[in-house]
Design a protein around this ligand. Structure first.
Ligand code: ATP
Length: 317
């Protein structure tokens, strides 16, 4: 997690819609240069939280401070500091990319040379120069998403709030998007980004905030989330010999169980995830004459960790 002072502070945030308590006392901070991923199932309260931060709704209780400004008392100042990218944006027929962005640049108060420079910078960063004269309603999903990103960046906000920005993008567009997010973070932006695509967040975000039914279920690194289930470990083993020898060896070992055979070995589950115990099993294999050419631990996928955490929460509630 970034050691820089927080630029966004959310404290004990609540939002109630009638009887429904959509957000139930969540608190977190975001610092400059930090990318905080926001994960939760459908209806968990992600969009509600982001809309409260973007001054589009008011909390029932709690506070949000952005760059020293409270969202309730100083919404105008907060809007100057944040860039908001909703999960969908209105498409305008017969409007070109350049006209659309120019409209917003003017709305932000940029004039003449400064306006042109701002437009040029943002369009270059989001790789839109070649699409400048294209109509908005002819853009692909990935191109339209870059236009949304460009619009969000026009007034050079310090805090970026993006609701499901990677949804519907093809793999190439996702990689490009991830790259832009990392560049923006390196430029010092504080970034808050929601997604259902957990593996997408894994290498884009420094920290994950996971909410379930309006409450924080996990706040920390993705590594910690993946290590929640650290009682067993799965290994992939390959041998330069008949895999049958490996199978027989495993059958005689109480601390390792074969899960499935692979072409030159198997996937197996170890009863301990302690590094010393894992090393001892590998040592025994070699001492017993198995020509091991590959022995590596399977990483628990973020998706698996997420599902395991949901199951844990369901059984404990
Ligand atoms: P998704 O991933 O499906 O977009 P989410 O995590 O963004 O879900 P929210 O949109 O924040 O979830 O909704 C949280 C809960 O609050 C849901 O049960 C939703 O029905 C409810 N909710 C959201 N906005 C309103 C509203 N304006 N009036 C009444 N209920 C609402």
């Amino acid at each position: 997690m970034s050691a820089a002072a927080p630029i966004v502070t959310v404290q004990n945030l609540h939002k109630q819609f009638g009887e429904h308590h959509a957000v139930q006392g969540i608190s977190f901070t975001i610092s400059c240069g930090q990318v905080l991923g926001f994960i939760g199932a459908n209806g968990a309260g992600k969009t509600t939280t982001m809309r409260l931060m973007a001054t589009l709704d008011t909390p029932t209780e709690g506070s949000i401070n952005v760059c020293g400004f409270d969202v309730i008392q100083f919404p105008r100042q907060v809007r100057d500091k944040i860039g908001w990218m909703p999960d969908s944006y209105g498409r305008y027929a017969l409007t070109t990319v350049a006209d659309y962005l120019d409209f917003y640049t003017r709305a932000y108060g940029y004039r003449r040379a400064e306006r042109m420079a701002r437009l040029e910078d943002v369009m270059a960063f989001t790789d839109l120069a070649l699409l400048a004269r294209q109509d908005l309603d002819t853009l692909s999903k990935g191109q339209a998403q870059r236009v949304c990103l460009a619009r969000m960046l026009l007034h050079d906000p310090e805090v970026l709030i993006m609701d499901e920005p990677a949804a519907g993008l093809d793999p190439k567009a996702r990689v490009e998007f991830k790259h832009l997010v990392r560049l923006l973070a390196a430029d010092g932006k504080a970034i808050f980004i929601s997604s259902h695509i957990l593996s997408e967040l894994e290498d884009m975000c420094d920290t994950i905030l996971f909410i379930d039914q309006g409450k924080i279920a996990h706040h920390g690194s993705t590594e910690v989330l993946k290590r929640q289930d650290d009682t067993t470990t799965t290994v992939h083993i390959k041998v330069a010999a008949d895999p049958e020898r490996l199978r027989e060896w495993i059958e005689l070992s109480p601390d390792i169980t074969r899960i499935e055979s692979t072409t030159h070995g198997c996937r197996a589950s170890l009863t301990s995830a302690l590094p010393g115990d894992v090393a001892a099993i590998l040592r025994r294999m070699i001492q017993d004459g198995l020509p091991v050419v590959d022995f590596h631990q399977e990483e628990q996928k973020l998706e698996d960790a997420f599902i395991a955490m949901l199951e844990k929460l369901e059984t404990s509630s």
